[in-house]
Design a protein around this ligand. Sequence first.
Ligand code: SF4
Length: 392
Amino acid sequence: MSTERRPPRPHHLYVHVPFCRLVCAYCDFVTVGGRAAEIPRYVDALLAELALRPVVGQLRTIYFGGGTPSLLPTQSIGRLIDAAASAWGGRPVESTVEANPGTRERPDWAGLRAAGVTRLSLGIQSLADVQLRALARGHTAAEALDAYRAARAAGFDNVSIDLIYGIPGQSLDDWRTTLRAAIGLAPDHLSLYGLQLVLAPDEWAAPPRPGALRWRRRMAARQDEDLAAAQYGTAEELLDRAGYRHYELSSWAVPGRESLHNAAYWSRAPYTGIGAGAHSYDGNTRSWNERDLDRYLEAVENGTLPLGGRESADEPTRAFEAMALGLRTVAGVERAAFHAEFGIDPVGRWGTELDAAERQGLLAIDDVAVRLTPRGRLLANEVLAELLPAAR
Ligand code: SF4
């Protein structure tokens, strides 16, 4: 028997912070508005949940998402990073916090740096006030620019910004203007999201809030799919010209600045999620926490894991997930790795479906990988729908 010790398995931690100053009508995340007074109690619950979780590997990345994690005091973020590092061994190589640029949600940037945060994800969404108003965002374009510059001045050398396209009333020229202004800021990373207004009736989506459904229907009626596709194509063109690498459906980065945490999701690496509604994956089973904030707090304060549900993936589901997540990446699904895991090449498994998508110009298949083409990226959901276990 070999006495050689294996290095600890890298592990990734997601920390969900559901608090928001205002809850946006288009948001599907687990969020609560107007309960900021409960943040200290929630931080204690996060630390308690972390202590209840088994140590399953060495901490590689930590990501504070929400909600609005920048509402947390920076000392609390520091306590959580320190607790995770000491429980799981080793400092994370990437610690990201999502932050909103509005003056009332903005964190103390220097304090965040001192707390051990290495990467920021700024929810700028648009650099045009008219679009920010259409989305009922609580900040202006000037505030977004100001927040970005303040974060840089505090020493953050890894900053990602989020932008939204497909906003009703946003022309191709408007989008180009926002993109050019964003490129002018020289962020390390950009995540671009098409405004998603159709409610997905699954466990990932929050139930519609009062008034939100009407707002979504009204806005959805004004959306133009062809225009959104043109906006996506424009982004690919402008960002490519500016030196950004398109590495995932919604993500562009200066080479070397890709998100390590998100890359773990796309490669189906195990991760633990703590906080209300957070999801975890151990390589086989997906589980999720209680979404309701009160029930989450109650469970943890009673010393129990706040589990909302779990699901063990059977082989067809795992194979589908490998395709669905792999195709999100521009590198695609590596055929040899897929074969090694499932005992069959993806082209052997989905011959008819992949062949049809290739003939329609949606997929490119070579000896190494199966990838979406630029046109296929626009129709990724349609390509994947054909591969669903239930569709076969
Ligand atoms: S979009 Fe962001 S700020 Fe708005 S409710 Fe959702 S998480 Fe909160």
